[in-house]
Every structure is written in C-alpha cells, then in structure tokens.
Ligand binder design. Structure first.
Ligand code: SF4
Length: 53
C-alpha cells in the first residue's frame, strides 16, 4: 500500500502543489484509453479532479 503518492499534476484539486504530493485518501489508476499498459505513460489517474486554477 502506498503511503505517499508523489504527483506533479498541480491542476488537480487533490494535489498539494508546493510538495508535489497527492492528498486524496485513495487513488484509482487506470489503463490509458482502456488498453493494457506496457509503460507508465500508458496509465492515468482516474481520481483526478480539476482545480480552479
Ligand atoms: S488524484 Fe491523481 S492526479 Fe490528483 S493529485 Fe492525486 S495522484 Fe495526482
């Protein structure tokens, strides 16, 4: 279980932007475009919610 999720997506409401950390209680990572991933670039965070940047 990941205790600290590092994330640079500062446009997400869950992001603690000055620390590049995720503040959500859990996250859901999915395959990009519903195709089985073969690299990290082919995964997406479905918990993302846009902030009011
Ligand atoms: S919910 Fe996903 S995109 Fe948003 S800060 Fe957490 S890991 Fe990053």
């Amino acid at each position: 279980m990941a205790l600290d999720v590092l994330c640079e997506v500062n446009s997400c409401v869950h992001n603690i932007s000055n620390e590049n950390k995720c503040g959500a209680s859990q996250i859901y990572v999915v395959n990009h475009k519903e195709k089985n991933a073969s690299s990290s670039a082919e995964t997406d965070c479905k918990t993302f919610e846009p902030s009011d940047l």
